[in-house]
Ligand binder design. Sequence first.
Ligand code: ATP
Ligand code: MG
Length: 233
Amino acid sequence: MLDIKDINVFYGAIQALNNVSINVQKGEIVAIIGSNGAGKSTLLRTISGMLHPRTGTIMFEGKNITTSPAHEIVKAGISHSPEGRRIFTNMSVHENLQLGAYIRKDAEIQRDMDAVLNRFPRLRERFRQNAGTLSGGEQQMLAIGRALMSKPDLLLLDEPSLGLAPNLVAEIFNIVLDLNKEGCTILIVEQNANRALEIAHRAYVLETGNIVLTDTGRALLTNPKVKEAYLGG
Ligand SMILES: Nc1ncnc2c1ncn2[C@@H]1O[C@H](COP(=O)(O)OP(=O)(O)OP(=O)(O)O)[C@@H](O)[C@H]1O
Ligand SMILES: [Mg+2]
């Protein structure tokens, strides 16, 4: 579904991704784990067209999207729930969800908004509330809900559990599993490597801009190097 080959991504003179190649098959949950500054968010930003690689290619469902602008990539079926949520804090929950559907003109937007509100009942209770006044967990739900409003085939999740209490972390991971069971393919970036590897079919380990290891989630959970570096020994 997604096939990234040898991408090199820079911020000015600083290289953030070095010959990175990953692929995601339809129906999978694929995790990217790595320390602070490894380049995880950069990878997701590059897939969603906020950044473009200097060299290398990104293919999505057979189409070359390497240089496509972000709105074209949303249209192609990729949606990004960014790190730090990036919701519009001066707008209501309703308006944020509407913005998630900005590329769509079909008649089913209302139905899909209902589906998102059924998945996140707290957002329904706070439908008219200013998004900036939501709790951290509710803002994360809104960020995921907004990403779902474009009806993505591939959902990119950047640190969905960051800063959340343990019960909410469990809730978010359950939602990720449900979405996947309903047919959404997921590429998830997490510092909570344990939980991410538990739910991922496959995963990649990113270290200072380089993919250093890839295997099934299960195999990485018991890999001594991964245990030592990312799973607290
Ligand atoms: N806008 C930017 N300008 C310059 N350098 C940047 C920019 N954004 C990120 N970087 C650098 O690129 C590298 C990778 O950053 P990135 O945000 O992708 O890391 P990350 O793996 O997501 O880290 P974290 O786990 O802390 O979110 C870092 O060294 C960072 O300082
Ligand atoms: Mg990041």
